[in-house]
Design a protein around this ligand. Structure first.
Ligand SMILES: Nc1ncnc2c1ncn2[C@@H]1O[C@H](COP(=O)(O)OP(=O)(O)OP(=O)(O)O)[C@@H](O)[C@H]1O
Length: 264
């Protein structure tokens, strides 16, 4: 599976949210999408999911333009976990997770054994089996995010797009979710994850794409993309870095722009 976007441009009221961005996600790979607030990460993920129209450029899934796939086929191929994590209906967790199976089910058809198995797998993988009978509206922010992740996993799609899935999670569950995404890639999925935590990006991602002001600033292995000069330029921070177990470790350390100098 290969999901590729070429020269993706999105404009709203003449402002470019994305400007000629190229991106490729391959099966078997965990691709991290990073960049400061407002850089265009969520917009790009929505474009890749087929949920946001582009002004120019094209997304293709294994060479087939996304726009030519039927919505049901697209939903089978691409699972998407949105950033806001809002659920407006007071659904039970397991009912919500089972919604992930809708693209696979016949119209009016009952769920089949493989649907039930996929739901059980997803509940277990996201660590929410014990919450299955709770109303989603009663969950904490972190629990809700994991329940939503379970819904995306239940699709068992070859492409998984996750927008800041660890932002609301404690360290234990951050590591659990990153391991889970890494494992999904290990089983052959193309996984794209939006992250603000550069340490997790460095540790878990096979490749990174760094966006800045709607443009692609860098793409490649974490060590190259997280180079000090690129972080200064994009994030306006310096960082502490070292290596452990052959991986780059990184902690943002100091702001390094005019505001920082003024002590604001
Ligand atoms: N519908 C819209 N109308 C106007 N501006 C928009 C719209 N959607 C997004 N934007 C703007 O586009 C820019 C990119 O937004 P986007 O959500 O893609 O950024 P992001 O990199 O995901 O940011 P964050 O890290 O804060 O979540 C932001 O400046 C945002 O305010």
């Amino acid at each position: 599976m290969r999901l590729a976007g070429q020269k993706l441009t999105v404009r709203i009221e003449r402002r470019a949210l994305l400007e000629r961005v190229d991106i490729e996600a391959h099966g078997g790979e965990l691709l991290g999408l990073i960049g400061p607030n407002g850089a265009g990460k969520s917009t790009l993920l929505r474009v890749l999911a087929g949920l946001q129209a582009v002004d120019s450029g094209e997304v293709a899934c294994d060479g087939q333009p996304l726009g030519r796939l039927r919505p049901r086929e697209r939903a089978r191929r691409i699972a998407y976990l949105p950033q806001d994590g809002e659920v407006h209906w007071p659904l039970q967790v397991e009912t919500m997770v089972a919604l992930g199976r809708l693209p696979h089910r016949r119209v009016w058809g009952a769920d089949e054994e493989r649907d039930r198995t996929a739901v059980e797998r997803a509940l277990a993988a996201a660590g929410v089996t014990a919450l299955r009978h709770r109303r989603v509206s009663t969950l904490s922010g972190g629990e809700r995010m994991r329940a939503l992740l379970a819904r995306a996993l239940a699709v068992e799609a070859p492409v998984l797009l996750a927008d800041e899935p660890v932002a609301a999670l404690d360290p234990y569950h951050q590591l659990a979710v990153m391991e889970l995404l890494h494992a999904a890639a290990g089983r052959g999925a193309a996984v794209v994850v939006v992250l603000h935590d550069l340490g997790l990006a460095a540790r878990f991602c096979d490749r990174l794409v760094l966006l800045h002001e709607g443009r692609l600033l860098a793409a490649g292995p974490p060590g190259a993309v997280l180079a000090e000069d690129k972080l200064r330029h994009a994030y306006r921070v310096t960082s502490l870095r070292w290596r452990h177990d052959g991986r780059e470790c990184i902690v943002p350390w100091q702001r390094c722009d005019g505001d920082a100098a003024a002590g604001s």
